[in-house]
Design a protein around this ligand. Sequence first.
Ligand SMILES: [Zn+2]
Length: 470
Amino acid sequence: MVAALSRFERRIPFASPDRLEHLQRKRLRDLVDHAFRTVPFYRDLKRDGLDPASIRSAEDIARLPMIDAGALVDDPMRFVCDEFRTSGREVFKTSGSSSGLRKPIFWDHGSLLLRAARAERDRVVIARLAEERWTSMIVREFLTNEKRRFVARRFGIDTDHHQRLLILPADFSSRTQRTIYSERTTIPRRPVHYNHLPPSVPFEVAAAHLRAIRPRVVFSFGSYVDQFFHYLESTDSDVPLPKLWVYLGDRLSPGGREIAEERGCRLYSVYGAMEAGTIGFQCEHRDGFHLNTDLCIVRIVDKDGEELPPGHVGSVTISPLDNRAMVLLNYNVGDLGAISTTPCACGRTLPRLSRFEGRQSEYVRLGDGREIGSITIEAMFSRELRRTIQARLEQDEPGHLRWRVVAAAGETPDALALALKSRAAKALGVDTRVEVTFSDHIPLTEAGKFVRAVHRQPVANAKANRNLER
Ligand SMILES: [Zn+2]
């Protein structure tokens, strides 16, 4: 059944807009009826007079109150369906990289299984970008495992060249493998081997694994690949790179992307959240994320929750339609982005999140009152940051920033601090005071992520930032 579903899923990104809307409406209707019957938060809304029949299309989502990480932290069980409180579901924890708080997310077993088939949408692109031509659809569709192995031997295909390296936390790796790469479904297996490393291992160890395994595809968080390439640059190491480096969870800095491109390593990303599964995925053009709008409604809203037209940057709010265990409609996921105004050259009809501006929690305030994202600041400092391995932006108070950096091998702290400060004066203006602090190592969070911007206001944002420094 899953194999048939995979074929169906592979066609969805190219379906007509009418077909996509039909699927979206049907799933929304089913989910709303289910939620207003069985999920406390939505039952309360009904009691207060909200009619579930009034929520039938993406536009109607605006009738629902916007929820965010705070609501989930305060009382996650309000969003859990009665039926799945104690069984029939898995409970995952978010990484806490946006709000600093790890929230429990419930997923029912049925939707987790379907997710495996849905991953076909991006898996097709990954195979293509990794140049795994022999896993063409025809081979994958019609051959049994034995025949596939015969074909592989017959054509001298060396399965050693289809190694994967996952540099992700253990719980994340198994979940990634299960839900994104379908290893436990009836989809015919490819002779692919998965190797695992936790993101906490030193970069030398990861480099040694790349030399020994020579993986065709590597998976990691964006911050990991970013710092790994800074490390390679710093040590001038000659390491065989994979055909494709797939990053998820967070992003690369502009400088890290530049180094990867110079070294000829292709980068690819999927946009997901524990609350939603895969929200969007890049296509072969790798220009924005095609949004799985039939599975998760994405709206871009302003500060008042009003929906913005394509081309305008606002908060990304999601409404995952395929999870029956936990229902989160009109959920502010903490990212900023804009929907593309033009269709993609690849022919996929799924709309694109074209400008991804990072997380709201990564914005800092300059001395002249401007709020600016760490992604923009990293771009301004990209030349100086190439002389570091890790770099974090810290804000003690508005107008006062600190770069906490791990210097690259051979860099003298004085010279690097001077370079960072003189760039700051040029790029950020004289009203913003910038200091530089050197560390031997900046630790990752418990979930294996790197926090690139830290706020230290003691009162106002204390709750949101409570755990950022773990
Ligand atoms: Zn495309």
